[in-house]
Write a protein that binds this ligand. Structure first.
Ligand code: C5P
Length: 287
C-alpha cells in the first residue's frame, strides 16, 4: 500500500510586531514573537509513481493557484537541494484564511518541506531545511520549529521561548486583503527604531495582562488602520467584548483578542456578525 502522511499546519499570531529598519536588500528587520495556535490546515501527502508534483486544494474557494503553489515550491525546493526525483500528491484542506496575517501559506509550505523529506526518506539536515524555508518566505522557518519564538532579522532568525500561554484566542477577519509589501512601505521606516524586549513584556503581561496594551504594539496598525478604519473598530470592539488584550496579526487583516477562558472568547465572538472568526488556543509546547 502507498504510504500517506497526514500533517497539521498551524496558524500563527504575532504577539507584538516591530518594524525596525528598511534594509539595503529591500526587506525590513523586524522584532516579533510568533505564536502558533491550534487552528490549522490539514495536508495529506502521498508519493507518486511518476515524478510530477500535484496539489489539490479543498475548503477555500478564494485560494489562488499562486498561493497554493507555496506547497509545490516547497516540494520542488527540496528536490532541487537533494537531487531527489520522486513525485508527490498534495491534498490541502484549508481552514486558515489566506493573506490574512496568520501565516497559513507559510505554514503549509513548512509542513510540506518536513513531510516530503519523511515520505521520500531523505534527511537534508536542519540547516538546509531552514535555508530552503527562508528562501520560500520570511516566516516559513518559524513553522519548522518551536511553537513560540522571538524572531528578528527578516523573521527567519529565531529563538524558542519556553513559556506556556494559557489564554483563549478569538480571531476576527472581515475579509479585507492587505498586501504585505504595501504595508511595509506604508510604515515608511526610513530611519530605524529601537527594538523592545518582547520576552520581558510578555512575561510581565502573563501576570498583569493590562500591561500588554501599549507595550506590545504592531507597527503596521497606524498605516493599515488609516487605510481600513473598520479594522480599528474591530480592535476596539474586541476590548468592549472583554478582551484582556487585542492586536492585529502580521500586516493584517486578522485581529485577535486574548481572553481568560474559552467561554469568554466564544461569547465575545457573537459581537462580530459577518466576519470570519475562530476561537482557538496557543499550540502546546512539544516535549
Ligand atoms: O518573505 P516574504 O516573501 O514573505 O515577503 C513578502 C514581501 O514582504 C517582501 O517582498 C517584502 O516586500 C516584504 N517584507 C519585508 N521585510 C520582511 C518580510 C517581508 O519588507 N522582514
Amino acid at each position: 500500500m502507498e504510504k500517506m502522511l497526514e500533517l497539521r499546519a498551524p496558524a500563527k499570531i504575532n504577539l507584538g510586531l516591530e518594524v525596525i529598519r528598511r534594509r539595503p536588500d529591500g526587506y525590513h528587520d523586524i522584532n516579533t514573537i510568533f505564536a502558533a495556535v491550534d487552528l490549522h490546515d490539514t495536508i495529506f501527502l502521498k508519493s507518486r509513481p511518476d515524478n510530477a508534483i500535484d496539489c489539490r486544494v479543498e475548503g477555500n474557494d478564494s485560494l489562488t493557484s499562486d498561493r497554493n503553489n507555496l506547497c509545490v515550491r516547497a516540494a520542488e525546493a527540496l528536490r532541487n537541494a537533494t537531487g531527489c526525483r520522486r513525485g508527490l500528491d498534495i491534498a490541502l484542506h484549508k481552514r486558515i484564511p489566506m493573506g490574512a496575517g496568520l501565516g497559513g501559506g507559510s505554514s503549509d509550505a513548512a509542513a510540506v518541506l518536513k513531510g516530503a523529506a519523511t515520505l521520500w526518506g531523505i534527511d537534508p539536515g536542519d540547516r538546509v531545511l531552514h535555508e530552503l524555508a527562508a528562501g520560500i518566505g520570511s516566516d516559513v522557518p518559524f513553522f519548522l520549529g518551536a511553537p513560540l519564538a522571538i524572531a528578528v532579522s527578516r523573521g527567519e532568525e529565531l529563538r524558542a521561548l519556553d513559556m506556556n500561554l494559557p489564554h483563549a484566542i478569538l480571531l476576527i477577519n472581515p475579509g479585507i486583503h492587505v498586501a504585505t509589501p504595501w504595508a511595509y512601505g506604508a510604515v515608511n521606516r526610513g530611519s530605524g527604531r529601537s527594538a523592545s524586549d518582547l520576552t520581558t513584556i510578555l512575561q510581565r503581561g502573563l501576570v498583569s495582562p493590562d500591561l500588554l496594551a501599549g507595550q506590545l504594539v504592531n507597527d503596521f496598525e497606524p498605516a493599515v488602520f488609516a487605510e481600513y478604519p473598520l479594522l480599528r473598530m474591530l480592535k476596539e470592539r474586541l476590548y468592549e467584548a472583554g478582551a484582556l488584550f487585542a492586536l492585529m496579526s502580521g500586516s493584517g487583516s486578522t485581529m485577535f483578542g486574548l481572553f481568560q477562558r474559552m467561554e469568554d472568547a466564544l461569547h465575545a465572538a457573537t459581537n462580530f456578525p459577518g466576519c470570519w472568526h475562530a476561537v482557538t488556543r496557543f499550540a502546546a509546547r512539544r516535549e
